[in-house]
Design a protein around this ligand. Structure first.
Ligand SMILES: NC(=O)c1ccc[n+]([C@@H]2O[C@H](COP(=O)([O-])OP(=O)(O)OC[C@H]3O[C@@H](n4cnc5c(N)ncnc54)[C@H](O)[C@@H]3O)[C@@H](O)[C@H]2O)c1
Length: 252
């Protein structure tokens, strides 16, 4: 899909990989709306790239529907959706204090998996109204993690959620094929965002020791490059792409 002139939404676009994606989409000529927490830097970043900001809490599923609808109305149309908001906890299936509690497990699934599906079903609905261009109406890019495939000790909830995001890509691509809407996920390894961005070389080295090359954390711009390549290339669909320098997570 040609990016120039299209309406794009980046959920989680105030920081990290979402911010880099919002910046890259704007630089490629898209009209961009950043959706992120009220307390985030979303408004400032939107101003910097000539875009819009709408506050959203992705775990408030009804509120998210309204925030998305308001953003699409302001943009005029929605062709590109990049969903990066998410996060995890560290808790073992059976820990020192007993079994993993279900509340935390559910919260991590809500924050990552249910919120992604909620956004996707609504994004697809908005995209379905577009006039098709080269038979295509929209592209959805979700964010998984290599923990979806080799989760580390303590990542059981996060792995379940991110594996769900990876697994949904093919089914949703099949569901939405008739509407000309593509769905993919990106599974990053360790990326230098938020707290990890300030790590020293000594702190980073053991975390990336299992990477083939390069042995460093990913850069948010490298996520953005892949997100834009996905939008650009119509033959990419229905899969989760690892972005990981050949790294396979060890158990810890
Ligand atoms: N950084 C990594 O090493 C790494 C690796 C694999 C996967 N991921 C995944 O990549 C995605 C982006 O991570 P990042 O490292 O760029 O993070 P980040 O913390 O830099 O950015 C995440 C953004 O999401 C927003 N957000 C979080 N919860 C939200 C909510 N409930 N409602 C609305 N917005 C919310 C935050 O405000 C923030 O702006 C996440 O889904 C994360 O799980 C990160």
């Amino acid at each position: 899909m040609e990016i120039n002139g299209k309406g794009a939404i980046v959920v989680g676009g105030a920081s990290g990989m979402g911010k880099a994606s919002a910046q890259a989409l704007a630089a490629a000529g898209a009209r961009v709306a950043i959706l992120d927490r009220e307390s985030s830097d979303g408004k400032e970043i939107a101003n910097e790239i000539g875009g819009l900001f709408h506050a959203i809490d992705i775990t408030d599923f009804e509120g998210a529907e309204q925030a998305l609808a308001a953003a699409v109305e302001d943009l005029g149309s929605l062709h590109i959706a990049v969903n990066t908001a998410g996060g995890g906890t560290v808790k073992k299936t059976l820990g020192r204090n007993g079994p993993h509690d279900l509340d935390t497990f559910r919260q991590v699934l809500d924050l990552n998996l249910v919120s992604t599906f909620n956004l996707n079903r609504l994004q697809a609905f908005h995209m379905s109204k577009n006039e098709a261009e080269d038979s295509e109406r929209g592209v959805i890019v979700n964010t998984s993690s290599i923990a979806a495939f080799e989760g580390q000790i303590g990542q059981v909830a996060y792995t379940a959620a991110k594996a769900g995001i990876a697994g949904m890509a093919l089914v949703m691509a099949r569901d939405l094929g008739p509407q000309g809407i593509r769905v993919l996920a990106i599974a990053p390894s360790l990326f230098a965002t938020g707290a990890t961005a300030g790590f020293t070389d000594e702190q980073v080295a053991p975390l990336v020791a299992d990477a083939a090359f390069p042995k460093r954390m990913g850069r948010p711009e490298e996520y953005a490059k892949l997100a834009l390549a996905i939008v650009d290339n119509q033959m990419l669909n229905g899969q989760c792409l690892r972005l990981d320098a050949g790294q396979r997570f060890a158990p810890r």
